[in-house]
Design a protein around this ligand. Structure first.
Ligand SMILES: Nc1nc2c(c(=O)[nH]1)N[C@H]1C(S)=C(S)[C@@H](COP(=O)(O)OP(=O)(O)OC[C@H]3O[C@@H](n4cnc5c(N)ncnc54)[C@H](O)[C@@H]3O)O[C@H]1N2
Ligand code: MOO
Ligand SMILES: [Mg+2]
Length: 412
């Protein structure tokens, strides 16, 4: 049994991140949410594009209003009104002001804006009662936020609403993103049936197919669902080689322990894979098989996940998720996210394997607190996994963490 840290290091090292040239596609900006940018974006536009006003008020020459106050008001003549979207027509001379609105272009000759609240309008004149604090007050200067020609957005970032907004402002309506990983999922087990079929004695529903499909969808990956494969060598070999041929990553569940019908590892060897991991000192999830294939210069990563429903999902969260994130081209933030929390429940473990206990993490006055899901923490008990958002970790060598103590938690 490999320690979790060693297994993680091996897996992350096996991942080949997507290639910046070959593994990309152009998508419309509106379809780019959640995708990873593959090419840095540079804009030909400065931000702001031109000097503009940050307030509704009056554009002035600082020298005119430098020394005014409530009892020494300065009166300027208003030579122009500048709504947003209009090019100013006048160049301000001494003693002149222009009515300006938030976002409107600054007129030539003006260098400062006085907010409306510090002015009094009388016909085509305006009197100013408060001096601006500095030259340029309430002016958003051209290029102050971004200079044209420099990198606006680096490659390797996942695009979310703020990024999409920035790219839209830069008139970048198509973006080059990494393609999505092709991930095949298959469930091994002669006892499995689809959820819409009546159950005969001894049969169970293939919940893993749904768990994995949902897990992948949540990561923005559309799974290639290969369905249920019976525990027969020929059928399994056929399904596994088809999955390998069609994907970057294969996730199978079941058939990786020491039982009479646990064929996955044997077949991986027969199909010519290199097996890197056979079992990990983790609970749940001990019989994890990790292998790689080289197919015409293409590398395929195979995860033979344990069949127990909780073991399969915990292995996904702990190992598969960061592997897929790394593969997808993310330059940072692909690693698992751990936080320290105070546990509100006692946490028990065997002390031999690093133990992951499922429950809910929530913000508290001291940071985070963890509540253990009630009921059995057997890897065969799928029921109390519902609403899990985190896994508390009891390290090897420890058999208990008391309520009120600190615990390391994996956020999902
Ligand atoms: N003698 C030993 N037996 C077992 C060991 C061991 O070390 N020595 N390890 C146990 C551990 S830990 C796990 S985890 C399981 C892993 O078993 P497999 O990966 O071989 O999975 P199966 O035998 O095919 O199934 C196990 C269990 O999970 C249910 N299952 C399988 N597939 C699905 C599915 N798609 N949806 C829902 N449930 C599924 C299956 O019916 C079994 O109950 O091995 C232990 N045994
Ligand atoms: O590793 Mo198994 O996942 O303990 O049930
Ligand atoms: Mg088995």
């Amino acid at each position: 049994m490999l320690p979790v840290q060693d297994a993680e290091a091996i897996i992350f090292d096996l991942v080949r991140p997507f290639d910046r040239q070959q593994d990309t596609e152009a998508v419309s900006l509106l379809d780019a949410t959640g995708r990873v940018l593959a090419t840095p974006v540079t804009s030909a536009l400065d931000f702001p594009h031109w000097d503009n006003s940050a307030m509704d008020g009056y554009a002035v020459r600082y020298e005119d209003v430098e020394e005014c106050s409530d009892d020494r008001r300065v009166t300027l003549s208003v030579v122009e009104e500048i709504p947003a979207g209009i090019l100013p027509q006048h160049s301000l001379q001494r003693g002149q002001a222009a009515r300006i609105l938030t976002g409107s272009m600054m007129p030539a000759g003006a260098d400062t804006v006085v907010m409306q609240e510090n002015t009094q309008r009388e016909g085509d004149r305006v009197s100013i009662s408060v001096s601006p604090k500095v030259v340029g007050e309430f002016v958003r200067h051209r290029g102050a936020f971004y200079q044209a020609g420099t990198v606006l957005m680096e490659a390797g970032v996942r695009l979310q609403a703020p990024d999409i907004a920035v790219l839209a402002a830069a008139q970048c309506t198509q973006v080059e993103v990494y393609r999505r990983p092709r991930v095949a999922i298959l469930s091994t087990g002669s006892e499995l049936v689809e959820p819409d079929r009546p159950l005969e004695p001894g049969q169970i529903v293939d919940s893993n197919q749904y768990a994995l499909a949902s897990f992948l969808t949540g990561l923005g990956v559309e799974p290639l669902r290969m369905g249920i494969v019976a525990d027969r060598r020929d059928a399994l070999a056929q399904a596994m080689s088809e999955a390998i041929a069609r994907s970057d990553v294969v996730l199978s569940t079941g058939g990786v322990s020491v039982g009479d019908y646990d064929y996955v590892e044997d077949i991986l060897a027969e199909l010519g894979s290199e097996i890197h991991i056979r079992s990990v000192a983790v609970k749940p999830g001990k019989p994890l098989t990790v292998a790689t294939f080289d197919r015409d210069g293409r590398s395929v990563l195979y995860f033979g996940l344990p069949g127990n429903p909780v073991s399969a999902l915990v292995s996904c969260w702990r190992f598969v998720q960061p592997a897929l994130q790394k593969m997808s081209g993310l330059s940072r933030g692909w690693q698992p996210a751990f936080v320290e929390a105070t546990t509100r429940s006692q946490l028990r473990a065997g002390g031999v394997r690093e133990t992951y206990l499922w429950g809910q993490l929530s913000p508290s006055s001291e940071g985070y607190e963890f509540d253990l899901s009630a009921g059995s923490h057997s890897s065969g008990n799928l029921i109390n996994l519902a609403q899990t958002n985190s896994l508390a970790i009891v390290p090897v060598g420890k058999k208990s963490i008391s309520a009120g103590d600190r615990v390391r938690v994996l956020m999902l």
